[in-house]
Design a protein around this ligand. Structure first.
Ligand code: MG
Length: 304
């Protein structure tokens, strides 16, 4: 059953509690080539995101419009914030994860694993112990479109954790084809990780896996949580109830923590990523191909 203009595809009655049937997505910016990595800064009331092929990052102030935030951006992709409020950015061109402090200073968080360069970090999230988790598929080194063509150096596409004390880069999951978006459950006892391997292999994975997290630093499990079609899962976020909002080829697919598909929010372009934001943290900001959309929902996002 769909709502106004076919926006909402309700698969379970609870999806009506999470959405607002009269709300339609509002395009807040366009003209990008491939928008990605939205992140909300509540103290500045602004959204920052990446346009990977254009090698720049943008900033949007509600009611005021958009402006370039950083150019060049080293082909930045996913963004998040650490617990001190600094911006964390996956730089596909720089083959590294960086931290931008509030004073504008940029420092390297991770650029090597066991002495080898990373592939092209894609998305990043922070655990309550301040461990920084990121995925490292090869999208930024496959061509010059989203980075710089180059060779993989460590022989895999891992999910990594940067230890908050030692700063060591540790491989946490090594059996992904192309690990992509990732997010913790509100209690950080689960980690969801997308595998978008089907982008370059019709038989490749297009699912999200769920891991149990022990002590913020050990993973177990890793079974398939959701198969996403059409398209592949790219970025994902979790709300305060633990529902998982996953990007897809036709919009956003929302799953309950038990894996039940609750519903879909349809958008007219392939969605790459999303985040919760706004003054009450109940607005979805969605990067979808060349544009960014805002959708008011009836649930708040988990903090990270
Ligand atoms: Mg991604």
């Amino acid at each position: 059953m769909t709502g106004p203009q076919g926006v909402y595809d309700v698969q379970h009655p609870h999806f009506r509690d999470l959405t607002i049937p009269t709300v339609v997505p509002v395009k807040i910016a366009d003209g990008m080539v491939w928008a990605e990595g939205p992140v909300w800064f509540s103290e500045h009331d602004c959204l920052i995101w990446s346009d990977i092929p254009s090698d720049r990052m943008w900033r949007y102030f509600p009611g005021l419009g958009t402006a370039v935030f950083r150019a060049p951006s080293n082909f930045a992709n996913g963004n998040t914030r650490d617990w001190n409020g600094s911006l964390l950015t996956c730089e596909q061109g720089g083959r590294r994860v960086t931290r931008t402090r509030p004073d504008g200073t940029i420092e390297v968080v991770a650029d090597r694993f066991e002495g080898h360069r990373l592939n092209s970090p894609n998305d990043v999230v922070v655990a309550p112990d301040q461990g920084i988790w990121f995925t490292d598929p090869p999208y930024g080194i496959l061509s010059d479109h989203e980075g710089h063509r180059g060779d993989p150096e460590y022989g895999g596409c891992h999910v990594f954790r940067v230890d908050p004390m030692s700063k060591r880069v540790e491989a946490m999951a090594t059996d992904f084809v192309k690990p992509n978006g990732l997010a913790f459950s509100p209690d950080a006892r689960r980690l969801y990780v997308a595998d978008s391997g089907r982008t370059h292999d019709p038989a490749g994975p297009h699912h999200v896996r769920v891991f149990s997290v022990d002590g913020f630093k050990r993973l177990s499990g890793g079974e398939i949580f959701a198969e996403i079609a059409p398209g592949v899962p790219d970025g994902l976020r979790v709300d305060i109830e633990g529902n998982v909002w996953i990007s897809a080829g036709d919009g956003i697919h929302t799953y309950a923590p038990d894996g039940t598909l609750l519903g879909k929010v349809h958008l007219p372009a392939t969605v790459s990523n999303l985040c919760f934001g706004g003054s009450r943290h109940n607005r979805l900001f969605v990067t979808a191909t060349d544009a960014v959309w805002a959708i008011a929902v009836n649930i708040k996002g988990a903090m990270r």
